[in-house]
Design a protein around this ligand. Structure first.
Ligand code: 5AD
Ligand code: SF4
Length: 495
């Protein structure tokens, strides 16, 4: 392959805060995805694809679009690496260990390529938006055939055609921050729960985070497109929809002709016959009173809010450029709890941000106790190339960070357990997803607040909304018994 001699730098925005903050508004276009030309519609006939997804729900949902495009081309899916004609890795760049896993997998596939030279190996997702990653692939993973970025997904059929007929590695990663492509095909993971993008990108530029560079600027889908998709999912019988965005609370801020924000969207979504509507993920800064007021109306808007705090120390929050301090966050939590008394709050926390002191870390512990999160995703800070925080000197040794993570997790788990204990003896509404991963005799599903529930019951309950009485709450899951004589009558509303 001769791809490695090319200069691909023109395809990228290397993480550059000043440049990225100059993002223009005028460039976003809404493009309708057109039917594929005939020659592309049969390109994958009789062939199998394997799609491996890393990272967040945004990536999981992108994979549904990728699968939709591949199936439009005639490909069918397989889980078996040996039988795949096409292997695509949809990657995550949020922390270093996510990237390490992908490079490990790419290394392992080298052997497959030798055994099966016609195999097409592709890399997409957030890692492919990083110039350093693409250069590393060009240099050390020359058996990769195709790299495409998060803004180029709709171009997959053409790119795949190029990869099939070209001897060179095909690389297409646009530095343009992205348009909105409507009408893309999707193969939804199941017929029960669906994800719907409401916006793309992020303009928050938290100093540790790579996302604003890999996902481009904030751009909202038009309300009529989002609501139209929700109505279609309702018609198809979906029971639960999660509205997706890196920062859903910024929804609509970029509309120049409309005064319509996330609260308005939720209020309109509330009137659509889908039993449960969730959203993720929200930034505390844009969480306004109107949204709280709408969420308090309940119904199909579930009482779970994921509200990443990242740190309990105002000084660290400032260094993270989170744009709120401890007091403002706690005030928001107070307002939410006052309006939605049974709300379940969850969060994301980073420990070991550069130069975090023991006192600052202790503030995170005390905030967790004060808010009483039902659960939290906790991470050790991982420097990301080109982000402002990666340039900061850091005097906190890794062992100290690990020990802080451990202490934090102990507190998070203790509170999670107490919270779940409160549900002992309670009857909760469960959307039954399937057999439990550990034991096929047991069914599992989720409450409105997204807690995992295991119970025994007949298989025909899968896909239904049922009631379960919790008798053994644990830290991570709730075990219970099916309440057979009680039926959930109305979508999202207890009978
Ligand atoms: N290091 C560690 N955690 C990070 N996150 C984002 N960037 C980093 C990083 N560089 C975490 C944040 C975010 C979640 C999705 O991942 O907590 O909310
Ligand atoms: Fe990253 Fe979220 Fe901050 Fe955006 S709001 S920069 S996605 S942590």
């Amino acid at each position: 392959m001769s791809g490695q001699t090319k200069d691909y730098s023109k395809y990228f925005i290397a993480p550059d805060l000043l440049q990225a903050k100059r993002r223009g508004k005028e460039e976003v276009q809404i493009v309708q995805f057109e039917q594929l030309p005939k020659e592309l519609r049969s390109l994958g006939a009789g062939k199998k694809y394997l799609l491996q997804t890393y990272g967040c729900q945004m990536n999981v949902h992108d994979s549904e679009t990728i699968a939709g495009l591949l199936e439009m081309m005639g490909y069918s899916s397989t889980e078996d690496e040996k039988e795949a004609d096409l292997i695509l890795l949809n990657t995550c760049a949020i922390r270093e260990n996510a990237e390490d896993r992908v490079f490990g997998t790419l290394g392992r596939f080298k052997q497959y390529k030798l055994e099966k030279p016609d195999l097409i190996l592709g890399v997409c997702g957030c890692m492919s938006q990083e110039e350093s990653v693409v250069n590393r692939i060009l240099k050390s993973y020359q058996h990769v055939d195709l790299i495409f970025g998060t803004h180029n997904i709709h171009r997959l059929p053409q790119l795949l055609q190029n990869a099939l007929y070209s001897k060179e590695m095909v690389v297409e990663v646009w530095s343009k921050e992205g348009d909105i492509i409507e009408n893309l095909p999707k193969v939804r993971e199941d017929g029960l729960r669906a994800w719907v993008n409401i916006m793309y990108g992020c303009d928050k530029f938290c100093t540790y985070c790579i996302v604003p560079y890999t996902r481009g600027k904030e751009r909202s889908r038009r309300p009529e497109d989002v609501l139209g998709e929700l109505r279609e999912l309702a018609r198809k019988g979906y029971q639960e929809v999660t509205l997706l965005g890196q920062n859903v609370n910024a929804y609509g801020k970029d509309f120049e002709d409309l005064d319509y924000r996330f609260g308005d969207l939720m209020d309109d979504a509330r009137k659509i016959g889908i039993p449960r509507i969730r959203f993720t993920t929200s930034h505390p800064q844009d969480f306004d009173d109107h949204l709280i007021e709408v969420l308090a109306k309940g119904g199909n808007l579930v009482e779970h809010i994921h509200l990443p705090v990242q740190s309990g120390s105002s000084e660290i929050l400032k260094m993270m450029a989170r744009k709120y301090d401890r007091a403002t966050y706690l005030e928001l939590v107070r307002k939410i709890k006052a309006a939605i008394p049974d709300v379940v709050l969850t969060t994301d926390i980073i420990v070991g941000f550069p130069n975090e002191t023991e006192e600052q870390f202790a503030e995170t512990l005390s905030l967790v106790r004060e808010v009483e999160y039902d659960s939290a995703y906790t991470f050790i800070y991982s420097p990301r190339d080109g982000t402002p925080a990666a340039k900061m000197q850091d005097n906190v040794p890794l062992e100290v960070k690990r020990e802080r993570l451990h202490r934090l997790n102990e507190v998070v788990n203790e509170i999670a357990r107490q919270k779940n204990e409160k549900l002992r003896g309670e009857i909760v509404e469960v959307l039954v997803e399937g057999e439990s991963k550990k034991n096929p005799e047991i069914l599992s599903g989720r409450t409105r607040s997204n807690k995992l529930v295991n119970f025994s019951g007949p298989k025909h309950l899968i896909g239904q909304m049922v009631y379960v009485k919790i008798d053994q709450p644990q830290t991570w899951t709730l075990n219970g018994v099916w309440v057979e004589d009680q039926k959930v009558m109305v979508s999202g509303v207890s009978s």
